[in-house]
Design a protein around this ligand. Structure first.
Ligand SMILES: Cc1cc2nc3c(=O)[nH]c(=O)nc-3n(C[C@H](O)[C@H](O)[C@H](O)COP(=O)(O)OP(=O)(O)OC[C@H]3O[C@@H](n4cnc5c(N)ncnc54)[C@H](O)[C@@H]3O)c2cc1C
Length: 293
């Protein structure tokens, strides 16, 4: 089938919902799955409007979650008919998270959080327990991949994994070859149930973006019309855009999103080095304990 068009965007009605944590699971040491549910996943009425049930159409659809300042109630957008009004002062504290899985029959929504230890969202996920409540809005738009691409190349860091996992789940049984490259800290962060992912490990002596770009570049791809999807830290996305250019992927066949930005200043570098030192110490401790048993 020839490639007919670029990705399509579908607008969805945006709705603010209040949901509860049903259960949590450690997918890997740094990735926590939070399953949300509640009556507001179905149709409901609020602010005088009849609001539709939660809907998601694309594998990288995301919601915005709202968090409070410590000890306060969260500042929320106001629900209007088909759109939200966002207050300015104070503005809501919102973070984007991908829908890893939605099961309308079971009334369950899975979000996978990187527990990175510095932010309001990552820390909320680290501490979340059944019964906790959270407001979320969206998804507002779905991206539907191009039809007829000869292959898909998906690449990013662990924040891209919920979308990549969702793409892999949706593509089961499809004849389109799918190549996925994900940058993670090490073997313990590999999600082994995701078949066919090329796991790329961070290195203490090399830049994350270059390590991932090098792995993608080294992979031979058939010389035909493919589609590339990229997401993750801004520097990684920039480097992978350059790889897409080298591969000759035309702009309409590339979907790229920066999901977060690493601190670029000295503080950020110190934090990153400290985190890696602590992690490698933890790893050595684990090995030591394992060897002792
Ligand atoms: C469309 C979209 C979908 C996304 N989907 C997911 C998802 O499914 N799962 C997911 O985990 N993330 C996802 N993200 C990324 C997530 O929104 C950001 O990582 C967000 O900044 C986390 O918020 P926070 O409050 O924890 O940290 P912030 O308050 O935003 O940042 C605090 C500090 O933490 C650092 N930081 C932020 N994120 C990370 C990280 N991942 N690793 C290391 N340091 C970090 C920042 O550089 C900063 O120094 C998505 C982002 C977008 C735009």
């Amino acid at each position: 089938m020839p490639v007919t068009s670029a990705s399509r965007r579908l607008d969805l009605p945006i709705v603010l919902r209040k949901l509860s944590v049903l259960r949590t699971a450690e997918v890997t040491p740094r990735m926590r799955r939070i399953t949300l549910g509640g009556e507001q996943l179905g149709p409901f009425s609020a602010s005088g409007f009849d609001l539709p049930a939660f809907t998601t159409r694309g594998a990288d659809d995301y919601v915005k979650l709202f968090f409070p300042e410590p000890g306060a109630e969260p500042v929320l957008p106001e629900q209007h008919d088909g759109h939200l009004h966002w207050p300015r002062k104070p503005a809501p504290i919102a973070r984007a998270y991908t829908i890893r899985r939605f099961d309308a029959d079971a009334g369950e929504l899975d979000l996978d959080f990187v527990v990175h230890g510095h932010g309001i969202a990552g820390n909320w996920a680290r501490d979340a327990k059944p019964g906790d409540e959270i407001h979320l809005a969206g998804p507002k738009v779905s991206t539907i991949p191009p039809e007829g691409a000869s292959w898909w190349l998906l690449a990013g860091d662990e924040t891209a994994l919920p979308a990549i996992g969702h793409y892999l789940d949706d593509a089961r049984g499809s004849s389109t070859p799918l190549h996925a490259f994900v940058l993670v800290d090490g073997p313990a962060e590999e999600q082994r149930e995701l078949d066919g992912v090329h796991w790329v490990h961070r290195r203490s002596d090399a830049d994350d973006a270059l390590v991932l770009a090098e792995a993608v570049r080294a992979h031979s791809l058939p010389d035909s019309d493919g589609w590339m999807w990229i997401a993750g830290e801004a520097g990684i996305v920039r480097e992978l855009r350059a790889v897409a250019k080298q591969l000759g992927i035309p702009k309409p066949m590339l979907d790229a999103s920066g999901y977060w930005r690493a601190d670029s200043g000295a503080l950020g570098r110190i934090r990153a080095l400290r985190d890696r030192a602590v992690e490698s110490l933890d790893h050595r401790r684990h090995e030591h304990v394992a060897a002792a048993h």
